[in-house]
Design a binder for this molecule. Structure first.
Ligand code: SF4
Length: 414
């Protein structure tokens, strides 16, 4: 590997880290101001944003320790057979960069991942050593997110959680068959086993902390994972069911979706085109339906078409409501919270406000209109003291009445 200065390494290894979605925002259209055109960019790399356990949005230095790798995952720009420029930070360089950026107020933490060099254990030791040095030698109190290597020794994985706020292990692909075809050196069983061990360590750590004040915190921001969407034939229904099982079994904080993007000199087994960015966005919305709106995975998957794909032109909650019209209209003055949460256009805050307001008086359509961005979207699915949507849910053109126009534009922009 050619000798590179720190600046060049940073350019390469921050760029290589941008494919990791674990702290990226989803659904934005890609804009770029490089080359002096305009101001601001959603395509940049190097600093990403994440949410701390207390809900604050924080900036993280997002880099790889190295983009060299002994594995050859077909979808990855850093795979062994890829013709990219390689670079590698030393442990001291990552520590120094983090501290300098932190002192200059550019960042509040570090997101560190890596290709696999020499062996999984060797690489994991290096990642842990960065976090250890920051915490123990420099008393670094900022946020640390470490991407861990599932094949590494469980003892190393367990050390990662002692120094990092969050640890994550990429599940990579939604199905085992996809993993075998596109990343044959990875083992789905090992990945899940590492997630199981991490969950147990997080639970034990929380338990010990509740009993002994001096017990160390273990990954207090929990564990997360990332799934690549569109590189294999898994449908949205497959992805939703898989994500839900991961949440349940390993109590993940987040499943991140990363739309597959074609890479230079890609393997012939990969699709030529990236999936629409809107697909990633719809999957995040499905995720929210399961986590905050009480939908079961099979219900969200029920909003998909016969091929298991969610519609791109409307959100999955509206798609579900249009498909299961017999569940509507919902009486906003009497229905339980679970039913109100199913109404398209009513978010969790609006539902909470409906529940508290209706204790004092009967709500009218105008009251609900004040709580939502689009009463036109909500109206066919509710009854109020002064409104009954006579036969509206039977109308063949209901979708055209309630589908937002700008989403059509987003679809073509994707
Ligand atoms: S192990 Fe990670 S870095 Fe290496 S090729 Fe696979 S996905 Fe890329």
């Amino acid at each position: 590997m050619a000798q590179l200065d720190l600046q060049s390494k940073l350019a390469i290894l921050a760029d290589a880290a941008k494919y990791d979605a674990s702290c990226a925002s989803s659904g934005s259209s890609r804009r770029d101001s490089r080359g002096g055109k305009g101001l601001g960019s959603t395509e940049g790399m190097g600093i990403c944003h994440a949410y701390a356990p207390d809900g604050r949005c924080i900036s993280l230095l997002k880099i790889l320790l190295t983009n060299s790798c002994i594995f050859d995952c077909a979808y990855c720009i850093n795979r062994k057979s890829s013709n990219v420029r390689r670079a590698r930070f030393t442990i001291e360089e990552v520590v120094r960069l983090t501290l300098e950026f932190y002192k200059r107020n550019y960042i509040e933490g570090l997101f560190l991942s890596s290709g696999i060099i020499r062996s999984s254990n060797y690489t994991m030791e290096q990642l842990v050593e960065v976090a250890r040095s920051l915490r123990e030698e420099h008393d670094f109190r900022g946020y640390i997110h470490l991407k861990t290597i599932p094949d590494a020794d469980p003892e190393l994985l367990s050390q990662a959680g002692l120094f990092a706020d969050r640890v994550s292990i990429n599940i990579e692909l939604p199905t085992e068959s996809g993993l075998q075809r596109l990343a044959p050196e990875k083992d789905g069983g090992r990945i899940e086993s590492a997630m199981r061990d991490t969950r147990a360590a997080i639970d034990d750590g929380a338990d010990a902390k509740s009993k002994y004040k001096s017990a160390p915190l273990y990954a207090p921001a929990g564990q997360s994972t990332q799934m690549i969407v569109g590189a294999d034939t898994a449908s949205d229904g497959d992805i939703i069911v898989r994500a839900s099982a991961l949440y349940d079994r390993f109590r993940l904080r987040r499943v991140y979706y990363s739309a597959f993007s074609p890479i230079p000199d890609a393997s012939a087994v990969l699709p030529l085109k990236r999936p629409p960015l809107m697909r990633e966005h719809r999957l995040y919305q499905s995720d929210w339906l399961m986590r905050f709106y009480g939908f079961k995975p099979a219900e969200v998957a029920g909003a998909a078409d016969a091929s298991g794909m969610l519609p791109l032109d409307i959100d999955p909650k509206l798609a579900w409501a249009l498909k299961f019209r017999e569940s509507f209209p919902v009486d906003v003055n009497r229905a339980p919270k679970e039913q109100l949460l199913r109404v398209p256009g009513l978010g969790t805050k609006a539902v909470d406000r409906i529940l508290s307001s209706r204790r004092w008086r009967n709500l009218r359509l105008a009251d609900v209109a004040r709580l939502t961005l689009s009463i036109a979207k909500v109206r066919p699915f509710i009854t109020t003291a002064d409104w009954i949507p006579t036969l509206m849910t039977d109308r063949a053109d209901l979708k055209a009445l309630v589908a937002p126009r700008q989403q059509q534009l987003e679809l073509f922009a994707a």
